[in-house]
Design a protein around this ligand. Structure first.
Ligand code: UDX
Length: 421
């Protein structure tokens, strides 16, 4: 199949490389020539383990251009993978989706052969059948499902394990309402033997949001229960081990700690809240999920202040800046509110992260950055924010350690407090 990918951010880069690996020819489109230059030489524009190798291995099936027209004319299917940032009120900003739809529509006006447009970006339910379809139809002067195909195919990729998530998915969701679009997506995924759910386009879009919202709910639930267990002197991890053994519940995403960050959970839960409110529904559970998540990092600070009540002039070590291990991504990282609060309290912060220092420095240029994790231990107290593997082998003996992620070895600190244990 000949596939064009609009947008070479996280989703576009991973999706395109994986489609090439499956034997398709893939044209990447972006407005940023620097990203395309990287792709052309087999290097990923984003950090994801294994992605450089996958791009490099499939270079003969990959091309890259800033010319949307050329890419769409030369391919049969286009995946929209552009960003959907948040508006200040939490709703999603659809300007890039609209611009992509407009650009595709203008090319489709002249294109005679059948073309299928697939929405891969995370968009709230109703977007594809609404603004996307309308813009495509107006710009192309054609009718969706009759003159060109339109479908939704949400992704469920986790940063750090995105390639495994593409090649071994739990399920593939195909939102398709015309037989040709459905057939295109079924053919594309024919080698996968996982469940494939074919549904209406708004259902596919909703599945993506509800999956993320539910996983975020599990985490906030585990954190609320974890806060209670800590007060009761009960090991919350053991509690959730027992709870997760119930097949109706499942053990995943019950790790309590300082909450969830990243580019998806916070943004998607906020967008679902905004959509519910727009529809006149009060999303009480989702609001609580966010409220618990916002309070949780502050609990780490409260625990620290229990041992060092006045943080002014104290050197506080921060281990981990990325929103989770194995990524340089700091979007919505719990390190952000924690470092802000430390600075507000007058602390002198020294931080370390194996990958995310450069990104964090752009937000916090004035804190100190260590060149090793061990250097951070030379401080009055250490906060564990991200559970990088390398932090498990440090010598915490004699240190005050406040742990937000449950790093087992850290418990040998002279004072050790886990946020929920
Ligand atoms: C998530 C979804 O898992 C993925 O399916 C979706 O496509 C994008 O959003 P990602 O943001 O890459 O993926 O990371 P994930 O591994 O899900 O973790 C998200 C956040 O939740 C991290 O900050 C992590 O530390 C936190 N988390 C996760 C917990 O606090 N406890 C858990 O039990 C699991």
């Amino acid at each position: 199949m000949k596939i064009s990918i609009l947008g070479t951010g996280y989703v576009g880069a991973v999706t395109g490389a994986c489609f090439a690996e499956l034997g398709n020819s893939v044209v990447f489109v972006d407005i940023d020539p620097a990203k395309l230059d990287l792709i052309r030489t087999g290097r990923s524009p984003i950090f994801e383990p294994g992605l450089d190798e996958l791009l490099g291995k499939n270079l003969k099936r990959i091309s890259a251009t800033t010319d949307t027209g050329e890419a769409i004319r030369e391919t049969d299917v286009t995946f929209i993978c552009v960003g959907t940032p948040s508006n200040p009120d939490g709703s999603i900003d659809l300007q890039y989706i609209e611009a992509a739809s407009q650009a595709i529509g203008e090319v489709l006006r002249q294109k005679e052969s059948w073309h299928t447009v697939v929405m891969k970006s995370t968009v709230v339910s109703g977007t594809t059948a609404g603004i996307v379809q309308r813009t495509l139809e107006e710009a192309s002067e054609k009718v969706a499902f009759r003159d060109f195909g339109l479908a939704s195919n949400p992704e469920f990729l986790r940063e750090g394990s995105a390639l495994a998530d593409v090649f071994s998915p739990d399920r593939i969701v195909i939102g398709a309402e015309d037989p040709r679009s459905r057939e295109v997506l079924e053919r594309l995924y024919s080698s996968f033997d996982c469940p494939k759910l074919v549904c209406a386009i708004p259902v596919a879009e909703m599945i993506k949001y509800v999956s993320n919202a539910f996983l975020a709910t599990k985490i906030s639930f585990a954190n609320e229960i974890g806060n209670l267990c800590k007060l009761m002197g009960i090991d919350t991890a053991e509690v959730f081990e027992g709870v997760g053994l119930d097949a109706r519940i499942n053990p995943a995403f019950f790790r309590s700690g300082i909450g969830f960050g990243g580019s998806c959970f916070p943004k998607d839960v906020r967008a679902l809240i905004a959509q519910a409110e727009e529809m006149g529904v009060l999303p009480k559970i989702l609001q609580s999920v966010m409220a618990v998540n916002e309070d949780q990092p502050m609990r780490l600070l409260d625990l620290l202040k229990k041992h060092i009540p006045d943080l002014r002039g104290k050197r506080i070590g921060v281990l981990g800046l990325s929103f989770k291990p194995d990524t340089d991504d700091i979007r919505e990282s719990r390190a952000i509110p924690i470092v802000s609060a430390l600075l507000e309290a007058g602390a002198d912060v020294i931080a370390y992260d194996p990958l995310a220092i450069a990104n964090f420095r752009s937000l916090f240029p004035d804190i100190s950055y260590a060149s090793s994790a061990a250097e951070v231990l030379q401080s009055d107290a250490v906060l564990l924010i991200t559970e990088w593997k390398g932090f498990e082998v440090l010598d915490y003996a004699g240190k005050i350690v406040i742990d937000g992620r449950r790093v087992p070895k850290a418990a040998i600190g002279s004072i050790y407090e886990g946020v929920c244990w």
